[in-house]
Write a protein that binds this ligand. Sequence first.
Ligand SMILES: [Zn+2]
Ligand SMILES: [Zn+2]
Length: 288
Amino acid sequence: MAADDRPYKNTVAVLATMHGKERVIAPVLKEGLGLIVGLAMSVDTDTFGTFSRDVERTGSPLDAARAKIGAGFEYAPYTRVGLASEGSFGPHPHIPFLALGRELVLLIDRERGLELTGHFASPETNYGHAVVSDMEAAAAFAQRSKFPEHGLIVMGCVDETPAPGLALFKDVIDHATLEKAVGQVVAKCGAAFVEADMRAHRNPTRMRAIERAASDLVRRFRSQCPACAHPGFDVTERITGLPCEWCGEPTHVTRAEVLACQACDYRIERPATSATTADPGRCESCNP
Ligand SMILES: [Zn+2]
Ligand SMILES: [Zn+2]
């Protein structure tokens, strides 16, 4: 890509983060869009919700990202472009016993009235927790969590559920600190609730996922509407109904995807797969 087709060459964007996300977001957006990322230094992003449970996040990850960008614009009122990143973690929707990590990076250009997100989702996450009553169990969980490269959070525990109000150790990054934290919490509560620290600066796996979401944002930005050239022309809908190979009835397999423009009415439908029929194993008539 030639340097001069970067749409935001030398435009400053404000990013509200306390957790070092600029390390992965700034180079990707500089290379892909020409943005120069500056930090909103005094914005306390923890007020929008934390993973360490002392502030509960309300609303969707997208809402949280919008609120962070709003705070970034307040910090830097003359900035045209705002950026924020937000992660969410939980059980995989389809595969039991597997966790799924999702990252989004949001860009708002308030001069153009543009809002665009990049996404990355992967089961490659160390998200998880354990209730432990001794150091041996804590060490076993720590190893599964990729500690000490990845941080841990140790907190009080009542009836197998976390009780951060009783005790909370947020910066557990070495074995000595882990031992001390677990010892103190077990002495106080009888058990300790230990969980992977999902804050980006304590979680290199998450940092890599944020980088992928930033790359997805660049890809979407550069995908322009064929009619009006607005950025972000991308898949907005998937249509099921690929016919069964045996009986020809529509199945739940995706047949087509719709790409739509956010700014004008232009949309196209294209086949989602090169296959013209679906496996009878996915057909409700042939394989009920
Ligand atoms: Zn069938
Ligand atoms: Zn358009």
